[in-house]
Ligand binder design. Structure first.
Ligand code: FES
Ligand SMILES: [Fe+2]
Length: 333
């Protein structure tokens, strides 16, 4: 494994949604390695390299038996923490060698997501304060796979100068192109970034998301990052609606990432906007439409974001990305 990949293994990455490990065995890829994930009867999770200790068969192709995974090749059975519980070919009473246990990796659940850390973690999972604020409701979405390097995704999430162009189909206003001077600061205990005001198109689903207002509004926002690949954007609408958008990318391999977003809102998202359709449905669909605009653009860009000095031309609006790159380069060495 290359040095950057090895160091990224010391950080938590969101690899799946909690929903997706409710009833089956999951196979996920992180930092070029394949892992198997499953839920045990006590509600815990096991994450381990997707390779049986016996003959390296993929356990993700096995079967789930009462919270244990049976290997599809010779039927060895693995339970909590990856412990080998049964070797069907062995005579009864013979001890199971401890080397038969899977080497499980750190796994945790937070914000409805499954986070994995292949090595010992150097930092906690990014803390989103809204999660412990009872006036907010969390909305989860699915895990997506983007053919985009995680470095390019963060660069995009920290950038607002693409709004009038990339997002002209949703909220971007073409004539509003100038980015005011950016002042970077520590936004809370976790996220480092900046506050700003943007003028946005506030029609259709955007207006439902805003909780009303005129057709063009000024929106107060903050955007900040937590290394390596998480970004939190907050939107404060004049209507009093607060919308927090947490975005996180997990590097599958160079040029490919798992991506998901989680939203917290302080309004009643169960309110119907039309029969059978809630505010939550509108907000999620609109967010997917915005994300698709980014994905369509980013999938045209190949490989990693150049990190070396002079590798890219940066202007004032790129200040947040520059700072992220500076810190990221320091992190991966
Ligand atoms: S390879 Fe898994 S039991 Fe043999
Ligand atoms: Fe965007």
């Amino acid at each position: 494994m290359s040095k950057p990949l090895d160091i990224l293994g010391n950080y938590w990455h969101a690899v799946a949604t909690s929903d997706s490990v409710e009833s089956g065995i999951l196979s996920v890829k992180l930092l070029q390695d394949d892992y198997v994930l499953w839920r045990t009867p006590d509600g815990g999770l096991v994450a381990a390299l997707d390779s049986c200790t016996h003959r390296q068969a993929p356990l993700s192709k096995g079967t789930l038996e009462d919270g244990c995974v049976r290997c599809p090749y010779h039927g060895w059975l693995f339970g909590s923490e990856g412990r080998c519980l049964e070797v069907p070919s062995a005579s009864e009473g013979l001890p199971i060698p401890s080397k038969a246990n899977l080497k499980s990796v750190h796994v945790e659940e937070k914000y409805g997501l499954v986070w994995m850390c292949p090595n010992d973690p150097d930092a906690p999972i990014p803390e989103v304060a809204a999660e412990s604020d009872s006036s907010f409701t969390r909305l989860n979405t699915k895990m997506q796979i983007w053919d985009v390097d995680s470095t390019r995704m963060i660069d995009n999430m920290l950038d607002i100068s693409h709004f009038p162009y990339t997002h002209r189909g949703t909220f971007g206003i073409e004539q509003e192109t100038v980015v005011p001077k950016i002042k970077l600061e520590q936004l809370d205990q976790t996220f480092f970034g900046y506050g700003y005001e943007v003028k946005i198109n506030n029609v259709g689903s955007a207006k439902i998301m805003a909780g009303g207002g005129a057709d063009v509004i000024n929106l107060q926002m903050t955007t900040g990052f937590a290394l390596p690949f998480s970004v939190l954007s907050t939107m404060s609408y004049e209507t009093g609606v607060e919308h927090k958008l947490f975005m996180t990318a997990a590097p599958i391999e160079e040029g490919k990432s798992a991506y998901t977003f989680v939203i917290w809102r302080n309004d009643d998202v169960s309110v119907l906007v039309e029969p059978g359709r809630t505010i939550a449905d509108e907000v999620i669909d609109f967010s997917f439409a915005v994300g698709l605009e980014d994905q369509t653009m980013l999938e045209k860009l190949k490989g990693q974001l150049p990190l070396e000095r002079g590798g890219l031309v940066d202007v004032q609006a790129d200040k947040p990305s520059l700072e992220w790159r500076r810190r990221y380069k320091k992190l991966v060495g």
